[in-house]
Design a protein around this ligand. Structure first.
Ligand code: ADP
Ligand code: MG
Length: 243
């Protein structure tokens, strides 16, 4: 499958059409952004590492019955995916308090949540991806009521699968962001990527709050050794077989 024309260039990936109208080629970039693209940089090798990690995790989820857009990985930093219409909702699942949850609620960093928290954010860079209430989500017609229920259940199911998997990697899955889309037959499937760009991952072998960070927070907060952290995640993920 060859790339035809550039459809869209985002912050982390470029989408190309292919000879197959229902199939897109995704090129994973080394570019890194944070704080709604106010901070920009490069993480050397990130494109290949994220593509490899996302591929492994999509295969894991497919094996557990979750529908994803993943088709194939024809090159180290390229993924063939089913074309979908992305819902303009970012679904965030949190197991442990971090990031904006701490800033907005005062919960201390690292507090284990009694049950996983599912949140919806408006996928709108111009508005700074604001937190949505269910009613605002419905008001903006970002999803239908039954889809909100489906997104919630899918997100919780994915959280159980990924939490178990990362546990086997000696990594704590703190939180993560998902994007879903509708296929031409109106099937709701998981799209975009799952990677250290979109997850908070803490190394269980470290207790220090900075040393344990294995995800994009190293870039956001200038913690150093960003490439090394992504590489560690990749190695542990690939070494953990999909059961
Ligand atoms: P962004 O800058 O919006 O984060 P990315 O660079 O991460 O963008 O990804 C490019 C775009 O591709 C995103 O808007 C994402 O929603 C979209 N996308 C991901 N998977 C698919 C898919 N299967 N079909 C269509 N669009 C997709
Ligand atoms: Mg993105």
């Amino acid at each position: 499958m060859t790339a035809h024309q550039k459809l869209y260039e985002g912050k982390a990936k470029i989408l190309y059409t292919t000879e197959e109208p229902e199939v897109l080629l995704t090129h994973f970039k080394d570019d890194a952004t944070a704080f709604n693209a106010q901070k920009r940089g490069q993480i050397v090798g990130k494109g290949e590492m994220n593509c490899a990690i996302a591929t492994h995790l999509f295969k894991l989820l497919e094996a557990q019955g979750i529908g994803t857009h993943f088709i194939d990985r024809p090159a180290p930093n390229e993924m063939l995916v089913k074309r979908v219409t992305i819902l303009l909702v970012e679904v965030v699942v949190r197991n442990i308090a971090a990031g904006s949850l701490c800033q907005q609620t005062g919960l201390p960093l690292g507090k284990v949540l009694p049950t996983p928290l599912v949140e919806f954010y408006y996928k709108n860079d111009a508005l700074g991806d604001p937190l949505l209430t269910r009613d605002r989500l419905l008001l903006l017609e970002l999803a239908k009521p039954e889809q909100v229920e489906q997104l919630t259940q899918q997100a919780l199911c994915i959280n159980r699968i990924l939490t178990d998997f990362f546990q086997q990697c000696n990594i704590t899955l703190v939180d993560f962001k998902l994007e879903f889309g509708l296929t031409s037959s109106q099937q709701l499937i998981l799209a975009d990527e799952i990677s250290p760009d979109t997850c908070r991952l803490w190394n269980q072998a470290e207790t220090d709050p900075n040393r344990r960070v294995m995800d994009k927070d190293r870039f956001r907060r200038d913690l150093g050794n960003v490439e090394e952290a992504y590489q560690q995640v990749l190695e542990r993920v690939l070494a953990t077989k999909i059961s």
